[in-house]
Write a protein that binds this ligand. Sequence first.
Ligand SMILES: [Zn+2]
Length: 227
Amino acid sequence: MAFINTREVVHCRGNPGLRRVAITFDDGPSEPYTSRVLDILDEYQVKATFFMVGRNVEKFPEIARGVAGAGHEIGNHTHNHSSLLLDTPRRIAMELAMGEEAIVRGTGVTPRLFRPPYGANTRWIVTQALRRGYVITKWSVNAGDWRKASAERIVRKTLSRVGNGAIILMHDGTSLRGGNNHRRGTVSALPLILDALKTSGYEVVGVSELLGLGEFSSENVQSSKGT
Ligand SMILES: [Zn+2]
């Protein structure tokens, strides 16, 4: 296999010369948090990117469809959200394929972005994702909202690290099987973050747009895949 420079194929931020950022939500859909996030994004007229877990799409298909219908970008975050670190290439390929199928079935959208669970980007994970035609995306700003942080802490952490081209990692769902990890902090923090970004002159765009891949729409995703 040809040598892959992970740093070149795993995207963590967009053009540092442009005052734009992308906000991403991982591990959903999950209720009531995904719906609350959608309402806030709608109120602020902002498009975000949702890295969905296939298993959760199957659990909340209407919500997943609502995310797509509102014009937000959807990425693949695997089907079961296992770490993939110790998985075989075959198993990794299966997680990618199953997650993708669940998203296509649930939303009608074929995702072109992939975010590995826990940001793990081993050679095998990267190879399998590229083979399936994915653009691999991590983040540059971790809002730290995955462990039930307070809204104040999430806001402070995000704003202290944000800059041109930032990709902000937040969570609208949980990867835990029980699903009891609430996202109240995220929901309360989001309007404050959006206010501050606006005041600072940032434009909030989808990840595809931030990375210069063209604006996301279900049509251009379908036709760009495999070319
Ligand atoms: Zn995750």
